[in-house]
Ligand binder design. Structure first.
Ligand code: COA
Length: 177
């Protein structure tokens, strides 16, 4: 297993993981992923096996301060260009997914751990990590709790999957030492 930064040439492989990870209405469009790679490829990691295409991805943004913690910035499909700053002190994890056949082996936790460690090495001012997770994603919640994230807010009906009831968003933060 190894990690590498995503390039725009990886878009189709990232979309394959995205399509198998999220319901319709929650999947983010290709343009959003392309912009994330173009603006902050250092914060967009892929996990690969030696013999396969990527089996997982994680992507992120650096946010300046808590004043950016508004629902519109958290919202799916927001533009990284409006919120990202290389001087930002908060790492916002915008999405993460692992192919279903590779789940439950610790890879999700590894991806997040690797992203945080790499960001801290390259951007020493970063002192916290933020993300939003659906109340209906127990594996993701467990992964974050195990890594020390704590709930800081709840946003009713944040996730609106097509043909399913809306889901509460749980905002979680981990302070870095
Ligand atoms: C979230 C996700 C990336 C985690 O990846 P992963 O490689 O399976 O993660 P890990 O193996 O590190 O940990 C998953 C944990 O959740 C647990 N889990 C899995 N399904 C679960 C369920 N239905 N209920 C409770 N816990 C569950 C696993 O047992 C494991 O815990 P353990 O290590 O104590 O056994 C992956 O499940 C995924 O892609 N899900 C769909 C997309 C998603 O929800 N992304 C998160 C966006 S915020």
């Amino acid at each position: 297993m190894h990690f590498r930064q995503a390039t725009t040439g990886d878009l189709d492989k990232i979309l394959t993981i995205e399509n198998q990870s999220f319901k319709n209405g929650i999947k983010e469009p290709p343009q959003v992923f392309l912009e994330r790679i173009e603006v902050f490829s250092e914060g967009f990691l892929l996990l690969e096996t030696d013999e396969s295409d990527p089996i997982g991805y994680i992507c992120s943004e650096l946010w300046s301060s808590e004043k950016d913690l508004q629902v519109e910035n958290l919202s799916l499909g927001h533009s990284i260009k409006k919120v990202h700053s290389c001087q930002g002190q908060e790492l916002y994890v915008s999405s993460m997914g692992v192919l279903p056949e590779y789940r439950g082996r610790g890879y999700g936790g590894l991806l997040l751990h690797q992203l945080i460690a790499k960001t801290k090495r390259n951007y020493s001012q970063v002192n916290s990590v933020l993300l939003i997770v659906s109340e209906k994603w127990p594996a993701a919640k467990k992964t974050y709790l195990k890594l020390g994230f704590e709930q800081i807010d709840l946003i009713p009906a944040f996730f609106q999957p097509v043909d399913f009831k809306s889901e509460q968003g749980i905002v979680m933060r981990k302070k870095l030492t």
